[in-house]
Design a protein around this ligand. Structure first.
Ligand code: NDP
Ligand code: 8X3
Length: 259
């Protein structure tokens, strides 16, 4: 039987944009209580207001940078008692920076990608999963990527972070064996969000060109996929979902209509 999410406590990192925001809307509609985490407080507040108005969703906002281990631990430890029982963790916060060659890339870009996509994901996992094990209930959904399976020009460090997410997801599932806590790695191809605007530091023309002439996935497509994984019966662990736009076959094969 599909799991009901009514009143379940769900923590979504990177809730201020893209896939995270869509997840918030999907899970709010299903009656969950949401901990919305990101750095941009005003975006979280606007989302919270929207969800409150539309679905009467209870939300708690965590304005936290996942790169900061201490801030993550303090934020999770400081949750009010009725928000401590996190049932689903969606480790979605992440980013890419630039497309420079590995031997020419600014070091700062590597630091930011590794610190967010790998270490940030680990910090949140470390803070939340012990409680899931103790309570005998939980599900961790990591947002990996096609980039964790295939490497593309200029993307090697971002791809390496997503390959790490694949290994961390597999490793966490092994470490949790014998507990009821589930682990899922979602690996999308191209999804149109702020992702490319962030990669190209606000160069919107460059960002838009990533999706020119093709139909990318939407953040709702990924939220729907995550929702499916999370609502499977308790004995079913969807370990991995690799989801692509119909117009994409690999990181190097994208069908574009000529204009
Ligand atoms: P967006 O840029 O739209 O959203 C990224 C989210 O991550 C934002 O909410 C941002 O919030 C948050 N975030 C980034 N850095 C930090 C940080 N240090 N601390 C806390 N939150 C942070 O991109 P997407 O929705 O596309 O990305 C979501 C995830 O999906 C990422 O892990 C990405 O790698 C992955 N992904 C994306 C694909 C795509 O094509 N778009 C495909 C495959 C995977 P804020 O800036 O407010 O902190
Ligand atoms: C995001 C998808 O192909 O731009 O992970 O790296 S891709």
């Amino acid at each position: 039987m599909a799991i009901s999410l009514t009143n379940q406590c769900i923590l979504i990192t990177g809730a201020s944009s893209g896939i995270g925001t869509s997840c918030a809307r999907f899970f709010a509609q299903a009656g969950a209580r949401l901990i919305l985490a990101a750095r941009r407080k005003e975006k979280l507040q606007a989302l919270s207001d929207e969800l409150q108005q539309q679905y009467q969703t209870q939300t708690l906002l965590l304005c936290v940078d996942v790169q900061d281990a201490q801030a993550v631990m303090t934020a999770i430890e400081g949750l009010p008692a009725d928000w401590q029982g996190i049932e689903v963790l969606i480790n979605n916060a992440g980013l890419s920076r630039g497309l420079e060659k590995q031997y020419e890339s600014p070091l700062q870009d590597w630091e930011e990608m590794v610190d967010t996509n790998v270490k940030g994901l680990l910090y949140v996992t470390r803070a939340v999963v012990p409680g899931m094990v103790a309570r005998g209930k939980g599900h961790v959904v990591n947002i990996g990527s096609i980039a964790g399976r295939q490497t593309y020009a200029g993307g090697s460090v971002y791809c390496a972070t997503k390959a790490a997410v694949k290994s961390l997801s597999e490793g966490l599932k092994i470490d949790l064996l014998g507990t009821p806590v589930r682990v899922t790695n979602i690996e999308p191809g191209l999804v149109e969000t702020e992702f490319s605007n962030v990669r190209f530091r606000g160069d919107n023309d460059k960002a838009n060109s990533v999706y020119t002439g093709m139909t990318p996935l939407t953040p709702d497509d990924i939220a729907d996929t995550i929702f499916f994984a999370v609502t499977r019966p308790a004995h079913v662990n969807i370990s991995e979902i690799f989801v692509m736009p119909t117009d994409q076959s690999s990181v190097a094969h994208i069908h574009r209509n000529s204009v």
